[in-house]
Design a protein around this ligand. Sequence first.
Ligand SMILES: [Zn+2]
Length: 246
Amino acid sequence: MLEKDIAICIRKTDYSETSQIITLLTRSSGKISAIAKGSRREKNKSFGSKIELFSFGEIVFSPPKNSSLATLTEFDQRPVFVGLSRSLYKLNCAMFAAELVHSLTEEYDPHASLFELLYDFLANIQVCNSRVEALVLLISFQLNLLQELGIALVFSHCTNCGYEFSLNWQGAWFCSENNGVVCRDCEAAFMDKVRVDISIIESLGNKDKLKKKKIEALDYIERLLIRHFSFILNKTPRMARFFITD
Ligand SMILES: [Zn+2]
């Protein structure tokens, strides 16, 4: 049975002289992995050309029967996100977002709002004007992704005792194990934690404050999030190395 959907390509691997294995985030079926037979042939009818990362468009596929791979029979690739390739930094941000979506989702678990989140992120980042803007978009995407997955980070109150966060706090600790911030009275109960400046916690819980941060603070926040994603995934994300600066 053939199915139609709308998809964004989030991973591609050459499979043979003529084929690729593709991972797509689709609007209606969630993440799917598929073989695209003949996609590496020039001017092939089914895909137009080789399938590119971040290609967007309508797909036709047959879901897997015995193997884990679907068969992609058509992909009307639209060059919607070609702006990404004009800046290596933006492309790295997009590839990091795609890697996180790939690592944190299950196949055939429909999640339309996650699809919209990735689409909007890619659309916004390709037109942004600076590294600061790009990093704010990446950080916001990462926070929203965790929220979409039901594992949102909490910065509005201590995740242990519920004490409401304010700028008067005498110290704040980011604790991956507890999914957010812990206060001075509670921090001793947790082994794995990082002491974080109060203003950083404030900006993590407030998008307007985040947008006003300088690049150094944003780099620091990104490192904090990489630490958290590494905790969740039990390994450092591959793309993280492009964001860990000294
Ligand atoms: Zn507390």
